[in-house]
Each structure stands twice: as C-alpha cells, then as structure tokens.
Design a binder for this molecule. Sequence first.
Ligand code: AAT
Length: 292
Amino acid sequence: VIPGWFSEISPLWPGEAHSLKVEKVLFQGKSDYQNVMVFQSSTYGRVLVLDGVIQVTERDECAYQEMITHLPLCSIPNPKKVLVIGGGDGGVLREVSRYSSVEQIDICEIDKMVVDVSKQFFPHLAVGYEDPRVTLHIGDGVAFIKGVPEGTYDAVIVDSSDPIGPAQELFEKPFFESIAKVLRPGGVLCTQAESIWLHMQLIEGILSACRQVFKGSVNYAWTTVPTYPSGVIGFMLCSTEGPPVDFQHPVNHIDEDEVSKKSKGPLKFYNSEIHSAAFCLPSFAKRIIGSK
Ligand code: AAT
C-alpha cells in the first residue's frame, strides 16, 4: 500500500489493486452493512468506496450509470414502471428519469448511509431523487421483491455491489426467479455482471441461472469503466416470455431525443451505436458466453 494513495484490494481480483491518489478523505463511517468512505482524488473527482471497493467516481460514473440504464430501457418501447435494486447513490435514478414515458420509479437500497452520503457529497448523482416519480424503499432487495405483485414492472435494474457482503444473494437463482415474477410479459432485467477479464466463472453462473429463469432472451453486454477492476464491467440483459426483445437493436433513440437534454444535460457516454457494440464480445468470452 502506497502512503497517500487508495488501493482497491479484494479476493475478487487477487494479485492486483488499482490505485488512486487521495487529496482528502471527506467521510468515513460504518453502517449496519458496510464501511462507507468518500475521498477527493487527484484525477477522478470524488470517489465513493464501500468495504474497500470503488462504487463510483465523479469522472467515469457516466459510463456505468448510462449503460446499465439505457441498455434495458432503450430496448423496449415506452417503459412505464421501473424498479432499481441497489443504486443508492441515485445515479441510475437520474438516468431513468430522462424518459418521459416513465410513470413510476421504485428504488430499494439496503443502506441508508449510502443515500445520505450521496446527497451530501455527490449532488450530480443524488439529483435522481428530486424526480417526483421516485419512491425510495430502504431494505434488502431480496426481501422487497417478494412483496411486489406479479407483472408489476416493465424493467428491473440491479445496480448491485460485488457478491461479497450484502449483495451476495443478488447474484443467485432464487433472486432472478423473483425478478421474473415481478416483470410483465416481455419485461426486461439488466443486472451488474462483473468483468470478463476477472470473473468468467461468476458470469457463467449468472448466465446459466438466467437462461433457466428467463424464457425470452439472455444476453451479455459490457463497457469500459476505468476505475472498476480490470477497467471493464458487464451487464446481463434478460427478458421474460412475451413480446420478443432484441437487445442488440435499440427501439428508443434517447441520444437523439431532445427530451434527454433538457434538465440533466446531454448524455456523456451512451449512444445507439455503443448500445449495439456493447454486445460484441472478444473471442475468449464469446466461446464461453456464446450467443442466443
Ligand atoms: N451506482 C453505482 C454503484 C454501485 S452501488 C451498489 C449498491 O448496492 C450499494 O449502495 C449497496 O449498498 C447496494 N446493495 C448491496 N446489497 C444490496 C441488497 N441486498 N439490497 C439492496 N441494495 C443492496 C455498484 C458498484 C459496482 C462495483 C463493481 N466493482
């Protein structure tokens, strides 16, 4: 560990640790679930860290939040009801609220401290909470979803931390079964699905669970996020049986939509071309993930 630097060390990426230079630690706390830290970095703006793992930096959060939101929501016409699990910082809410078709946005975040810290230190993320369509539920996503009536949502976005700690069950088959139930026919799930460089076994597990549960389509997409381990992160995109969803060919073109530019500023990362490209995999990953 280099003095004055933050190094991201975890058994999920053994033998490597990405580091950022720390200008100032702004917050340190311990919630019921995890250690919460915010620091000002030299080159990536403010950084939110949970249990030693980077969740967002101001500089590259756009890549992750825009992709995890617009990959699913641009793949179906007129999304109306959306559920976010995790994502307590509010960044995904900010992206969901760009859609004028959306009527209801529910979020279930386990850790109130993440929400409070984001409101204090990350106003460009927490702005998502200002939309009147948003309802915040503090609690475990696994328990929350069991109480949701069948067929409620057009889309569920699981903006989850890594599968060590409170998010572990969010990567398991029973949780995917609950999600399939709360989606309408032809509804979509997008869940954080780790790195093709580091977590191929984990991805295979998610893939096989999702293929058993989701009778529409199941696809893996990925993007670049410089401050996530190995510099990339992926998403599992699934649809339930019903009107078919072709994830690789977006039906909404939010990047060209004037609505998206009004209050939140233009999209920084997502566009329709990068949407389709996100499903192209390197050969080593394609061999395992395949296509369906
Ligand atoms: N928005 C980008 C950052 C995240 S945040 C992941 C969130 O999931 C955290 O706020 C965490 O408290 C919340 N969370 C964890 N477990 C649960 C649960 N069981 N129910 C509800 N919320 C939960 C993602 C960062 C990805 C990091 C990649 N290395």
